[in-house]
Design a protein around this ligand. Structure first.
Ligand code: HMG
Ligand code: MG
Length: 299
């Protein structure tokens, strides 16, 4: 059956903003994150400690993260690809990090400048030290369904890298449909294969991009399988600079509209969240692509 409660892992400030052409001022990012927290989101991914030349839009991580210090009770995970990134994050007091691997060789090479095996080797000491420091570690896995260069990705290939990430010590796994090509049957097949390989559903989150309009259907398929951690981005912001044809994530508002209708608790105030996305759209100078944001803001 469906879960009674879903934890939304909000990625708008990271996955959303990493792909913006113009520079979003650090103060605007901090205000965005504060407003997301005020709307009831309890996990708000804040930024990435990656190479500033690879993702210039998040190069202000050192300036941004300390501005969030007053947000008690809100988990603020940050992306960390390697030891240098972990040093930077721990120096600022981060207590939740995420490493990010790829199920395909092409994307591992383009996103991390490593093979899949080399990227796992890069993460190994990161996860070990993070655990030593009692940080919570999420393991993202990209291209779980299809890859723009390699095409459809076999389920067994995804299972292999997913279990390798968990074996490193990651607390949770987030299954990324980086380019939004998944469909519900494929989602359920992957979840079943992961269970068969010994991965319990309660350690799995789902991360859908909405390129083909399937993100919400895929989410429902995952909920029916028992998944209760769902990644989404306020207003549907997003994309990945290193994956061609990656558009925005599942919009948090679209997700909350569905969950509210199903009677599934999220703790999120949809009106406050929509107002936040309308405000952010004004900052970015273009309307939110979320249907729910448009419907609720044109009443
Ligand atoms: P590299 O060029 O191989 O790095 O990049 P390197 O290890 O050879 O180091 C080269 C130089 O970079 C060194 O400096 C390092 O110190 C420096 P030098 O000694 O030459 O002066 N350096 C760093 N500086 C600051 N912070 C760091 C750092 N690391 C090295 N952390 C690297 C390898 C992993 C660094 C690079 O490929 C990178 O930063 N990639 C990040 C790409 C990224 O952020 N992509 C978007 C996030 S993933 C995503 O969006 C998908 C997701 O949403 C899920 C889904 O949708 O599927 C999560
Ligand atoms: Mg993503």
């Amino acid at each position: 059956g469906l879960p009674a409660r879903v934890r939304i892992h909000e990625v708008g400030a990271r996955d959303g903003l990493q792909n913006e052409k113009g520079t979003v001022p650090t103060e605007v990012k901090a205000e965005f994150i504060r407003r997301l927290a005020a709307a009831g989101l309890t996990t708000v991914e804040a930024t990435s400690f990656v190479h500033p030349k690879w993702v210039p839009q998040l190069a202000d991580a050192e300036a941004l993260f300390p501005q969030l210090a007053g947000l008690d009770g809100v988990a603020l995970p940050v992306l960390v690809p390697n030891q240098r990134g972990l040093d930077r994050a721990l120096a600022l007091g981060a207590t939740r990090i995420a490493v990010f691997g790829s199920a395909t060789e092409t994307f591992a090479s383009r996103n991390l400048n490593r093979t899949v095996a080399e990227s796992l080797a890069m993460f190994e000491p990161v996860v070990a030290r993070a655990k030593q420091e009692e940080a919570h570690v999420r393991g993202y896995l990209s291209m779980c369904f299809g890859d723009p260069w390699e095409g459809p990705v076999p389920v067994h290939q995804v299972v292999r890298v997913a279990t390798a990430l968990l074996d490193l010590g990651c607390d949770e796994l987030s299954l990324g449909d980086t380019i939004g090509v998944a469909t519900p049957g494929h989602v359920q097949a992957l979840l079943a294969a992961l269970n068969e390989a010994g991965v319990p559903t309660d350690r799995i989150g789902v991360h859908f991009h909405d390129t083909y309009g399937q993100a919400l259907s895929n989410t429902l398929a995952a909920l029916q399988h028992g998944v209760s951690t769902v990644d989404a981005s306020a207003g549907g912001l997003g994309g990945c600079p290193y994956a061609k044809s990656a558009t925005g994530n599942l919009a948090t508002e679209d997700l909350v509209w569905m969950l509210d209708g199903l009677g599934i608790e999220t703790g999120v105030d949809l009106a406050a969240l929509t107002a936040t996305s309308v405000w952010m759209a004004e900052q970015l100078g273009r309307p939110s692509p979320s249907r729910t944001v448009r419907a609720l803001s044109h009443k």
